[in-house]
Design a protein around this ligand. Structure first.
Ligand SMILES: *Cc1c(COP(=O)(O)O)cnc(C)c1O
Length: 377
């Protein structure tokens, strides 16, 4: 009861509304699954489902048929576990830190083994329990970030006792340049992936992230691992985005004013009015995940009207040039769009000199979060 009252108050108190359309999320999952069919489509739900709330996102994807969930850190697996039924698999991309093997085995979480050391630790855990423990094995095919080098893989295959007690369910690797279809690294990684795959023919192959799903059949494998495309981000750079938009962000106006030529705007007076103009201050800033790089660069929208950001982005507020709107259009409490039908994730990311991934995972905690349920659509 107390929490209901509290959440009513919080709903009214918040100056911004972040709407997360779980119906669009599920539609995106279905679209990707269809592209991969008959192969499986997993979901990458690391970083709190790219900032959108894993407690809501993961069950919605499970209900849509997803059974494999990738997180980055083991702590994320621990927190995700209670939100998913027992037949869902949780895999940990960053591998296992020494000391967490027993907890990982107890929880039935599947580690991605990225080194011979992690293989040895997981095998020791299995042997000490007299159990067979599942794992994914990651090969580095050219990104130099995570996974076994080719010679380490040879060592592992030449000395199979190293895998005692470990069942390799999935062999995987990750594309460094998948979002740039013409990049030569894609073909080089594919060739190395095929060589690895040939040495481990019984394991399922997992290669494609969101971009990989759109690179053609060669890149797909048995278990695709999309992240950003589920959340509405464009899988490929510079092409039309086939995904449905999942996120909408609206922020309230906290003050409006008219200033004269010469007025200095915001910290550092980085913007000076050239003529009379109308300004609106909105209640979100870099502490809410709107990057400071949007200073004098990005915009908000009211309908089709672009409202440029003037001056620096503050911690808790942003000043907009609303001169393009008839006087009195925006009033205290009115909402403008930061992400939505008029300004996509890609547009705001590009204005901020970053990528959709960073915008999503930075979305602040001060917005009211509204989840549209798939059933309600
Ligand atoms: C983050 C990540 C993914 C998902 O990538 P997207 O580009 O968001 O689809 C897949 N695999 C690995 C190893 C990752 O780190």
């Amino acid at each position: 009861m107390t929490t209901d009252v509290q959440s009513d108050i919080e709903g009214r108190a918040a100056c911004g509304v972040l709407t997360i359309d779980l119906g669009a999320l599920v539609a995106n999952y279905r679209q990707l699954s269809q592209r991969n069919a008959p192969e499986r489509t997993a979901a990458v739900v690391k970083a709190d489902a790219y900032g959108l709330g894993v407690a809501e996102v993961a069950p919605a994807l499970y209900a849509a048929g997803c059974r494999d969930f990738f997180v980055a850190h083991f702590i994320e697996a621990v927190r995700l576990k209670p939100h998913l039924p027992a037949d869902a698999r949780i895999l940990v991309l960053n591998g296992l830190m020494p000391g967490s093997e027993a907890d990982c085995a107890d929880l039935g979480v599947v580690p991605v083994l990225n080194s011979l050391e992690q293989v040895a630790n997981w095998s020791a855990t299995a042997k000490s329990r007299g159990a067979i423990l599942p794992a994914a094995l990651q090969a580095d095919t050219g990104m130099s970030r995570l996974g076994l080098e080719p010679q380490e893989l040879e060592t592992l295959l030449a000395e199979p006792h190293r895998l005692d007690g470990v069942h390799i369910d999935i062999v995987m690797s990750h594309l460094a340049c998948g979002d740039e279809p013409a990049h030569g690294a894609n073909a080089r990684q594919l060739e190395r992936m095929r060589a690895v795959r040939a040495r481990l023919p019984d394991a399922k192959l997992s290669f494609a992230n969101s971009a990989g799903i759109f690179l053609g059949d060669d890149f797909r494998g048995d278990v695709a691992r999309p992240g950003i495309a589920l959340y509405g981000g464009a899988p490929l750079a510079g092409s039309d985005n086939p995904m449905r938009q999942v996120v909408r962000l609206e922020v309230g106006v906290v003050q409006t004013r008219t200033v004269q030529a010469g007025a200095e705007v915001g910290y550092g007076a980085s913007f000076v009015a050239k003529s009379e103009m109308r300004l609106a201050t909105i209640a979100a800033g870099y502490a809410d995940g709107l990057p400071r790089h949007l200073s004098n660069a990005g915009a908000a929208y009211l309908g089709n009207v672009r409202l440029p950001i003037v001056g620096r982005v503050s911690m808790d507020s942003i000043i907009l040039d609303v001169t393009a709107l008839p006087a009195g259009t925006l009033k205290l409490g009115d909402m403008v769009e930061l992400i939505g039908p008029h300004q996509t994730l890609e547009m705001i990311a590009s204005d901020a000199g970053t990528i959709s991934y960073e915008i999503l995972t930075s979305l602040g905690r001060r917005y009211r979060r509204r989840y549209l349920s798939p059933a309600a659509r």
